[in-house]
Design a protein around this ligand. Structure first.
Ligand code: ATP
Length: 348
């Protein structure tokens, strides 16, 4: 598969302050990538750099084999053939849905324009409000129209900046899945910016975790969760706690929960002090187990409870337990470890 977008060692600064620090990644044709990170980490700046609104002081941006940015040359935004969707949709209020979409199709001749609009109506299921004005649509409907307008002229890359941020939290994940299906049907390569990991996981094939302008890991959601590259990623993605441990073998650590063995060599010397990542799904509730922990808190999640458990010496861990196991706070319950992916970080 060909590379649709490539960032090579991109650094961006404002007033000499480095905001993006040597970021490199590539996205294949038709793939959806997500830039995920906390507020102010530089996600929007990176997206604006891809669009051509910001000039990197170092590095290059390539779109479909063409270098569009380096520190000397900048292909203008309008020549990059990127589509954009923003948080506030930015639909024209005085135009109907159809006119809004047609606005993105100014280079299409009459008949071709109608054909493309029909395709978009079908793809995005927006036929029933084609002649309405944006203020008469729900947030989700407006988002679909904004998407239709952005992809109307078949951009090479679609950039989406927090496109669901103003929506109901329960609607977001569903909408992210819907948008993913639409982009996949049309084979559109896209980069999404989000600070919400569930949205990122629902929509993207590959996710980049950014903190303080650095790309810490560019990987699948599964790997970010189970094979985090840094302790920041481990902490940022999903839930979990770090237990203190000591390396006792090639793929073995000793913790207060006993010896934990991983499938892969740890690559650390015996005796190294480590932080061991324990996810809520690593701790199984088991009445038969001799190992017990005290329930200190519980959160009902429908199918599951997320229990906070205190180990003997007071260390807290989390455990995800089917919700028919309803134990009160302060009860001791049996637990056992079931760790498929042993993740440790040396403590310096
Ligand atoms: P959020 O999720 O809050 O939108 P973000 O990760 O998208 O944040 P950016 O908007 O890229 O972050 O901003 C990163 C940093 O760069 C912030 O500290 C911001 O104040 C700064 N910044 C952004 N644009 C400019 C600018 N034009 N001039 C100066 N500083 C800027």
């Amino acid at each position: 598969m060909t590379t649709a977008l490539e960032l090579k060692n991109i650094s961006v600064a404002f007033d000499r302050l480095k905001i993006i620090d040597a970021i490199t990644f590539a996205l294949r044709e038709g793939d959806i990538g997500c830039l995920l990170g906390p507020s102010g980490c530089g996600k929007t700046t990176l997206l604006r750099t891809i669009a051509g609104f910001e000039t990197p002081f170092e590095g290059e941006v390539w779109i479909r084999g063409v270098r569009v940015s380096d520190n000397k040359h900048l292909v203008p935004v309008e020549q990059r053939q990127v589509g954009m969707v923003f948080q506030d949709y930015a639909l024209f209020p005085h135009m109907t849905v159809k006119q809004n979409i047609a606005f993105g199709l100014q280079d299409f001749k009459g008949h071709l324009r109608e054909v493309r609009i029909s395709e978009l109506v079908e793809l995005l299921e927006i036929g029933e409000f084609l002649y309405k004005y944006p203020h008469r649509l729900s947030g989700g409907q407006q988002q679909r129209v904004a998407l239709a307008r952005a992809i109307a002229s078949r951009p090479r890359i679609l950039l989406l900046d927090e496109p669901f941020a103003s929506m109901d939290i329960t609607l977001r994940e569903q909408l992210a899945k819907d948008v993913r299906n639409i982009l996949k049907q049309d084979g559109i390569t896209a980069v999404l910016v989000s600070h919400n990991q569930f949205e990122a996981f629902a929509m993207a094939d590959i996710v980049g975790v950014i903190n303080e302008g650095r790309l810490l890991q560019w990987d699948t959601a599964f790997n970010l969760y189970h094979r985090p590259a840094t302790s920041y990623v481990a902490d940022f993605i999903g839930e979990g706690v770090f237990l203190s441990g000591s390396v006792t073998g090639d793929r073995e650590v000793h913790t207060e929960l006993g010896v934990i063995t991983g499938a892969m060599p740890l690559g650390l010397e015996q005796g190294t002090t480590v932080a061991v990542l324990i996810r809520p799904d690593d701790i199984i509730h088991d009445d038969m187990s001799e190992l017990t922990a005290r329930v200190t808190d519980k959160a009902f999640r429908g199918a599951e409870f997320l229990y906070t458990l205190a180990l003997e010496n007071g260390t807290r861990v989390l455990s995800l337990v089917p919700s028919h196991h309803n134990h009160p706070v302060n009860e001791d319950i049996g637990i056992r470890l079931e760790i498929d992916h042993l993740v440790v970080f040396p403590v310096r």
